[in-house]
Design a protein around this ligand. Sequence first.
Ligand code: BGC
Length: 692
Amino acid sequence: MSENSERWINWDELKGLSDDQIEEKAKKILSIMTLEEKLYQMSGDWTLAEGGPKMQKRYNAEPIPAGEDKKLGIPGVLFSDGPRGVVIGSSTCFPVSMARGASWDLELEEKIGDVIGIEAKVHGANYFGGVCINLLRHPAWGRAQETYGEDTYHLGAFGVALLKGVQKHIMACAKHYACNSIENTRFEVDVSIDERTLREVYLPHFKQCVDAGVASIMNAYNKVNGKYCGHNPHLLRDILKKDWNFKGFVITDFAWGIRNGALALNAGVDIEMPFEWRMAPNKMIGYMNEGRFTEELIDEGVLRILRQKLKFAHKEDPKFYSMDKIACKEHTELALEAARKSIVLLKNKNSILPLNRNEIKQIAIFGALANTPNVGDHGSSRVYPPYVITPLEGIKNIVGNAINIIFNEGEDLEVAKELANNSDVSIIIAGYTHLDEGEGSGTRDRTGDRKSLRLYENDEKLILAVASVNENCIVVLEGGGPIIVEPWKNKVSAILMSWYPGMEGGTALGEILFGDINPSAKLPAVFPKSDDQLPYFDRTTTQIEYGYYHGYKLMDKEGYEPAFPFGFGLSYTTFSYDDLRIDKHTINSDGEIQVSIDVSNTGSMTGEEVVQMYVGYKKPSVDRPVKDLKGFTKVLLTPGEMKTLNLKLRAEDLAYYDVDKKEWVIEKIEYIIYVGPSSRKEDLLTTTFNVS
Ligand code: BGC
C-alpha cells in the first residue's frame, strides 16, 4: 500500500486532537482495517525465532515492537522496560523504586518519570513498562526493589507520580496486575484471595493509575483464584475494564503471561508481548472459526490500542531529543537528589552522625560492597548507566585528603579488628546484590526470592567483631527491601539503609555521613524483628492464600513490635508536632475534611520532614485495620521554623468493599485521625470525627 492509497493514515495530520476527535478517528481507522490488520495490532512484531536471539544477546537493547503497520502507517508500540531508568542502551540509573518510595517525595518521582520519558524517547521507545506497583507483602520477594513499598495508598501515589512524568512524553504501563509478589514460582503460583482483600488491599493502587490515565496495564504471570491473570475475566473485564472504566490496553507479561490466545482475548488481553505467538493472527483466525469469540471482541481490543497510539503520537514535547540528553548533568543530578532523599537513617546513638571532619583522622571501611557498583538486580529492569559511584568512592570524594581512608573487605576478622581498633570510625557496607535477590527463578544471575532476611553470617560476624573494638561503628545496608538487623542492632552506633541507590548513590552516602545533606527518608515497609512477624511466605509454593493483613497493619493487629516501624526514619535535626485540628467534626458521605498540624524544626539543622496521616475506625461493623495510611506530605524547615501543614481526607477514602452488595460502603461511625512522623503509636497525635 503506498502513501497515496486511500487507506494510508497520515499520522502527522493527527496533531492536537481532542479526546472526542481521537475516539472518532480511532473508530474510523478501525473501520477500514481488515481482520488480519487488526489482529496484527494485537501481538509483538517479532517471531520467537527473530526476537529470542536478540534478547539473549542483551535484553531490551533496542525497543521491542508490537503492531507497527507500515502499509497503513500505524506506528508500533515500542517497549522499554524500567523502573530504575530506561533499560535500552545506556541511561541514567536512579535509585530503585523501593528507595524512591522511602523519599515519600511525589514531586521528585514525577521529575524522575519526566527524565525517563525523555531518555526512552531518545532511545526510540514510545512506551515505558516500568511503573511497577505490586504490593510488598513479604520482604523476601525477589523483586521488592522494583516496587515502592508495602502500603496500598503510598503505592498508588507513587505509581501516579511516575506515570504522570513519563506520560508527558510517551505511554506508560502499570504492572503486574495483580497479586504478583512471589518470584521463584511466578509462572505457576495460584494466589487465593477473597474479594474484599483483593479490592481493598491489592488493587486500589492500580485503580489510582487508571484514574490518572495510564495508557496500559500489564497482566501478571501468576494465577489469582485458580486462573492465570491473563486468562482472568474477573480481573481484566469485570474490574479493570468495566468497574474502573479503563480506556487503555492490556498487554501480557512477557512470553508466559498467557497460555492460550482465545482464553486471553476473552478475558480482556489486548496485546501479547513480546512475540507473535499465542495470539498470532493465524491462530486467532482459527479460534474465531471455531466460534471461540467474535470479531467484536477483536475490535474492542484494537480500538483501545489505536486510541492510545493516537493520543500519544503527538505529545506536546519536541519530537526528537538528541543522545546528549542521556545521563546528562541535569539527569544525573536528579539521580543524586533521589539518592540523597532515599537513604534512611535508622539508628544514630549519641548523634555519632554526622561525622565531624575536623575530629577524625582515620576511617576504616569494611565490606566488599563498599567497592562494588551495586545498583540492583540483573533481570528485565537492569539499567546500564555510564558510571556508578560506589560507597568507597563517594566517601573518598567527600573527604579528599583530609582524612585517611582504609579499605578492607573484612574477610579476616582479626585483621579487621586491628584496623578498626586503630581508626576513629569504622563503616561497614553490607547487604545484598543481584546474586541474592531479583527477577528470575533461582538460577545464576536470575536469582529470584531472597533465601534469608538476615545478612550473610560472615557480614554479621564482621559487624560484631568491628563493633567489639570500635564504638564508632556505622553499618550501611544495601538491598531491595527490609533486612532483619536484630542480631547486631544493639551493638553498633549507627545504621543507614541505602537500598540500591543508583549511579550517584556513593556521592549521596558520603554527603549524608558528613552532614552536607540531612537525611529525610522514611521506611516504606516495616523492618521486622523476626520472620514470624510476617505473613506466610514460601518461595517454592504453587498455592498460597493472601490474607487481609501484612506489614504494619499485621504488626498493629497482632500487637507485634517491629525493629523499625513503617514510616520511620531519623534526621540530624528534631521536629515537634503540635495542635492537630480539623475543620469539621462531622461530614456526610460525600464530604471532605481538612486536617491541619503545626510542625516545627526544634533542632539546629535545616531538614525535611515526612508528615503522615493515618485513619482508624471506631466500632466498625466489619474488621478494619488499627490504622490505615490516608495521606502524607513533606516539608522543609530551617531551625526554629514552624509551618502549618494541611492534608485532605475525603469520606470516600474511608469506604470498605461490601462483597454481598458488590459496592463500596462508607460507614456512619466515628473515625480517628492520627498525624505524626511515623506509624508508631507513640509518635502520633489524634483527633476524631464522624460520618453521618
Ligand atoms: C517481567 C516484566 C517486564 C517484562 C519485559 C518480564 O519478565 O516480569 O516486569 O516488564 O519481562 O521486560
